[in-house]
Design a protein around this ligand. Structure first.
Ligand code: URA
Length: 432
C-alpha cells in the first residue's frame, strides 16, 4: 500500500477503507509514514471530511495504537465524563463525588489546562500533596474501594493521538469534526468506562463557536461511542460566560467544595446535576432524570458527596483538612476588586477574554512547558443577568504581580453592561 494513494483518494473526496486507515495509524505510530505525508492527508480531510464508517475506523485504530485500560476488575458499571473544555469548568470535581455517593463509580482520567481552558489535574494539584499519577492497578483498586479516582493519563494510552494532535496543532488541521471526535473518543474508549457523558460546549470560550457545530460534534461522538458498544449521552452547553464564578485553580477547588456543601453558583449546580442525572440513568442507578436529580441533591444535602471528595483526596495523598476548610487553600498575596463604572444589567461576561486574562496572570499556560500559579485567578462578583450599580464589585482579581493598565482595561471590557436587560442563552441548550 502506498500512502500517497490515500492522499490522492481523500483529495478526490473518496472514503478510505478500513485497511487503509489501519495502515495510516500503524505506519504513523511506528515512524514509517512521515509527518509531512500525514499533514497532507489531514489537510485533505479538513476539506473533504470523513463519513461515519471512516470516523469510527479511525477512532478504533487510534484507540488500539497503545494500551487499553482493563476496568473489568471494578465491580458494576463504570462511568466517565468528558468536557470539550472551557473557562471555570470545575464540573468533574463536583460531579464525580456526587455520582460516587449515589453508587455509580467514576473512573476518570483528566488532562492539564492549555491556553484559556483550565484542566482538572491542575485544579486538583492545588490541594497540597494531591497525587494525580496513580499506577493502573492502584487506579482500579481505588475506584473499586471508594467509587472514585481522578488521575492523569496512565500507561501508554492512544499514542497515535498524542503524536497526531501535536501535528494538527502546527499544521492548521485541528478544526475538523471527524478529527476532533475521533481524537476525543479514542481516548475515552481506551479509558475503559461503560457509560460516557459528554459536555460539548459552544460559545466564545469553547472550541465550537456555534450551537450547530457543537451539535454536529456531539452527534458524531455519540455515534462513535455507540458504534463501539458504549452507552453515551451528551449535553450541549453554553460557554459564552465562565461556568460558576471562580477562574483559577485553588479558587475553583474552593468553589467546587462550596458547591458540595450546598452553596454553589446556580449554573454550576445545574450542569453538575444534569450530567450526574445522565450518568445515574445510563448506569441504571435511577429510573429517570427526576429520580436521579433527587438522589444527587440528597447526596449534597446529607454530606455524603462531600465525604466522597474527602475520601478521594485522602486516598490520593492530599491534605484533607482543606476540604472542610477551603479557606486554608493557598492564597495569592494580592487582591484587587474591580468595580462597575456605570449602572446597568450585565448582558455578557466574555469567557474567552476572561480565560485569557486569568492565564496572563499565571492561572494557565500559554505553552505546555509553562509553570502555573495555583493561587491566582478571578472571582466574578456579578454574573450575566445581574444588575449592578456604579461602584459595585464586578470581579476580584487574586494576583501575585502588579496589574498593568492594559490588562485592567481588558478586564473591564470583558463585561457588557447595558441599560436594559438582554436575552441570555440557556445554560444547557440540549441533551442528546
Ligand atoms: N480535544 C482533543 O482531545 N482532541 C481534539 O482534536 C480537540 C480537542
Amino acid at each position: 500500500m502506498l500512502f500517497t494513494d490515500l492522499i490522492e483518494k481523500k483529495k478526490k473526496g473518496l472514503a478510505l477503507d478500513t485497511e487503509e486507515i489501519s495502515f495510516w495509524i500503524k505506519g504513523y505510530v511506528d515512524g514509517t509514514i512521515p509527518d509531512y505525508q500525514v499533514s497532507a492527508l489531514l489537510m485533505a480531510i479538513i476539506f473533504q471530511g470523513m463519513d461515519d464508517r471512516e470516523t469510527l475506523d479511525l477512532t478504533m485504530a487510534m484507540m488500539h495504537s497503545g494500551d487499553v485500560m482493563d476496568l473489568s476488575a471494578i465491580e458494576g458499571i463504570k462511568a466517565d465524563k468528558h468536557s470539550t473544555g472551557g473557562v471555570g469548568d470545575k464540573t468533574s470535581l463536583v460531579l464525580g463525588p456526587m455520582t460516587a455517593a449515589c453508587g455509580v463509580r467514576l473512573a476518570k482520567m483528566s488532562g492539564r489546562g492549555l491556553g484559556f481552558t483550565g484542566g482538572t489535574l491542575d485544579k486538583l494539584e492545588s490541594i497540597p500533596g494531591f497525587q494525580v499519577g496513580l499506577a493502573p492497578e492502584d487506579f482500579v483498586r481505588q475506584v473499586n474501594e471508594l467509587g472514585i479516582a481522578i488521575i492523569g493519563q496512565t500507561g501508554n494510552l492512544v499514542p497515535a493521538d498524542k503524536k497526531m494532535y501535536a501535528l494538527r496543532d502546527v499544521t492548521g488541521t485541528v478544526n475538523s469534526i471527524p478529527l476532533i471526535a475521533s481524537s476525543i473518543m479514542s481516548k475515552k474508549l481506551a479509558a475503559g468506562s461503560d457509560v460516557i457523558v459528554l459536555d460539548v460546549k459552544y460559545g466564545q470560550g469553547a472550541f465550537m463557536k456555534t450551537v450547530e457545530d457543537a451539535r454536529k460534534l456531539a452527534e458524531t461522538m455519540i455515534r462513535i461511542g455507540r458504534g463501539a458498544g458504549r452507552r453515551v449521552r451528551a449535553m450541549i452547553s453554553s460557554m459564552e460566560a465562565p461556568l460558576g464564578c471562580a477562574i483559577g485553580n485553588a479558587l475553583e477547588v474552593q468553589e467546587a467544595v462550596m458547591t458540595l456543601m450546598g452553596q454553589g453558583p446556580q449554573d454550576l449546580v445545574e450542569l453538575c446535576v444534569t450530567a450526574g442525572s445522565l450518568i445515574l440513568t445510563e448506569a441504571g442507578a435511577a429510573e429517570d432524570m427526576a429520580v436521579a436529580k433527587e438522589m444527587l441533591e440528597k447526596a449534597v444535602a446529607d454530606g455524603s458527596a462531600l465525604q466522597k471528595l474527602e475520601e478521594m483526596v485522602k486516598a490520593q495523598g492530599g491534605d484533607v483538612s482543606v476540604i472542610r476548610h477551603p479557606e486554608k487553600l493557598e492564597k495569592a498575596p494580592c487582591k484587587t476588586v474591580v468595580t462597575s463604572d456605570r449602572n446597568g444589567f450585565i448582558n455578557g461576561a466574555d469567557a474567552l477574554a476572561l480565560g485569557r486574562l486569568a492565564m496572563q496572570i499565571g492561572a494557565g499556560r500559554a505553552t505546555k512547558e509553562d509553570d502555573i500559579w495555583h493561587d491566582v485567578g478571578l472571582v466574578l462578583n456579578a454574573k450575566p443577568g445581574d444588575h449592578v450599580e456604579k461602584g459595585d464589585p464586578l470581579v476580584t482579581v487574586h494576583h501575585r504581580q502588579a496589574l498593568t493598565d492594559d490588562w485592567m482595561q481588558a478586564l473591564k471590557g470583558a463585561f457588557r453592561i447595558d441599560p436594559e436587560a438582554g436575552e441570555l442563552p440557556p445554560l444547557i441548550m440540549d441533551i442528546l
